[in-house]
Design a protein around this ligand. Sequence first.
Ligand code: DQA
Length: 141
Amino acid sequence: MKKILVLNGPNLNMLGIREPQIYGSQNYNALVEYVLSSAKELGLDVTVKQSNYEGELVTLIQNALGVYDGIVINAGAYTHTSVAILDALKAVSIPTVEVHLSDINARDEFRKFSYISLYAEKVIVGKGFLGYREALEYLGE
Ligand code: DQA
């Protein structure tokens, strides 16, 4: 069974409260449940983690080496700023799919650039929770 790490960055724990017109009304627990039930259907062993701290996300990626076969990452705002997260992904060289709930290309100018996209094999934006399932399907192939 393939092992996949799903990593969520800052403020994703605020789902349901933060800007519901952009991110929807379902909370973070609902996202975790959705991801885990998708994983079960797809026959994948999935671990979901969230952190508001850039360094912790870097450590979680480093610790994925030799443990996980794939990473799904929504780095939140660090997407647009973090060379450190990009370097960690490059360091472990684990197949990675980048996911965003919203369409980052259709919002503020500063959201159009993603450091994560410089490494990710696939980028899924604007599909809400479904994007995570599509990412798992891709990595499970
Ligand atoms: C996000 C998009 C980012 O620009 C934003 O900073 C987030 C969430 C998304 O899932 O749409 O925190 O990654």
